[in-house]
Design a binder for this molecule. Structure first.
Ligand SMILES: Cc1ncc(C[n+]2csc(CCOP(=O)(O)OP(=O)(O)O)c2C)c(N)n1
Length: 385
């Protein structure tokens, strides 16, 4: 009998069209150069200190080590699920550094690197993936909002937030203590949602201070990007009046420069922009996915050779950074891995009544009723420990 589900034939490797213009400052072999049409982005890199460059590298290495450890923890039954972002560290750390201290970030569910750059405790992400918290961090403190699983929903929230910022008069006043902009992350697959079109339109007509940041990692689970769009994604906003730019997503400096430039512009009142970071998901969509069923190893190898961390390391070594630094980063990574393992193994079972927290911001009779029901039920059944 024919199997109920058939795996569709693979369509051959997704190799990007290199004739499409793209902001790249670090070439895959680690050589730095600023094409003249991109001079304004090069100027931003001119003013980065060496300390910041090293901090960026540390964060890229740190988040990759965290990611590898989280996959292992999931395989050992310590997490319900993990969502790897290996290969996307250039896009995430670079853009994260480009977001200003008052700005608000509306992520999807894979932005662990961006979270790191804005002070989210990494353990809170693991707790969420273990199912012992509701999303973990406080968006008011971090300005990094909660992960959104419903594709593109966060982009509508971000546009609404940015419109509010505009209506509150916190754009383009010149007061850098008060003015702010918004950035929202989403994937190539999410661009096919109607919510994205609505977001682009509302942002454009309201001249909202927002940067739309697509991480085009070329796959939406098993759907290739070329089944989601016939035009480069950075052009998707044009019909709505939102200009776009494609960035080499594996070039941390290009991501930093473009995000900083356009967040500054948005904060000053220039309106929305769409950035498409062309990158690649080296690993599985989640730990529940087996990408070997739908894509070729040849394609993965193409992208591994364009690894964002390796590229940046080559650049830094040419700048005179030596083994001492890279050894220190490796030791710190091992210490981080040991620490999160220990903390994850030590996580207990949270009180069951936590499920009621944050459903309403204030007391609510229906919640009181459900709490009373649960209490009576627990007393009848005994402890759940
Ligand atoms: C509205 C909605 N439809 C479908 C899904 C199921 N789903 C989860 S992730 C995903 C693929 C998303 O791909 P992409 O936007 O490219 O982001 P990536 O996961 O590659 O980072 C889908 C279809 C969902 N979460 N929400």
């Amino acid at each position: 009998m024919a199997p109920f589900f058939q795996v569709r034939a693979k369509l051959g490797p997704v190799i990007p069209d290199n004739s499409i213009p793209m902001l790249q400052l670090l070439s895959p072999d680690g050589t730095y150069g600023v094409p003249k049409e991109y001079a304004k982005y090069g100027e931003i890199i001119d003013s980065i200190s060496e300390d910041t460059l090293l901090a960026m590298y540390r964060d890229m290495a740190r988040i990759r080590r965290f990611d590898i450890e989280a996959i292992a923890l999931q395989r050992q039954g310590q997490l319900g699920l993990w969502v790897p972002a290996i290969g996307q560290e250039g896009a995430q750390i670079g853009s994260g550094y480009g977001v200003g201290p008052n700005d608000h970030i509306f992520p999807s569910y894979r932005e662990h690197g961006v979270a790191l750059t804005h002070g989210v405790e990494l353990m809170s992400i693991l707790k969420m993936m273990r199912g012992v918290n509701h999303g973990g961090w406080n968006p008011e403190e971090t300005r990094f909002h909660l992960y959104a699983i419903v594709l593109a929903s966060q982009v509508l929230h971000a546009v609404g937030y940015a419109m509010g910022v505009k209506f509150d008069g916190k754009v383009g006043t010149g007061n850098l203590e008060e003015d702010l902009a918004v950035i929202s992350y989403f994937g190539d697959g999410a661009t096919a949602e109607g919510d994205i079109s609505e977001s682009l339109l509302f942002a454009a007509v309201n001249k909202a201070p927002i940067v739309f940041f697509i991480q085009n990692n070329q796959w939406a689970i098993s759907s290739r990007v070329d089944t989601q769009t016939t035009v480069p994604l950075y052009t998707r906003g044009e019909g709505f009046g939102v200009p776009g730019l494609r960035i080499d997503g594996n070039d941390v400096l290009a991501n930093y420069a473009a995000t900083k430039y356009h967040m500054d512009q948005a904060r000053e009142g220039a309106g929305p922009v769409l950035l498409e970071a062309l990158t690649y998901r080296i690993g599985a969509h989640t730990t529940s996915d087996d990408p070997s069923k739908y894509r070729d190893e040849e394609e993965v190898e193409y992208w591994k050779a364009r690894d964002p961390i390796q590229r940046f390391e080559t650049f830094l070594r040419r700048q005179g950074i030596n083994d001492d630094f890279f050894d220190e980063v490796k030791i710190a990574g091992d210490a981080l891995a040991a620490d999160i393992r220990e903390q994850t193994f030590a996580l207990g079972i949270p009180p069951l009544e936590n499920i009621f927290n944050h459903v309403y911001s204030e007391e609510h009779p229906e919640i009181d009723r459900q709490k009373a029901w649960l209490k009576a039920y627990e007393e009848k059944m005994g402890s759940h420990e």
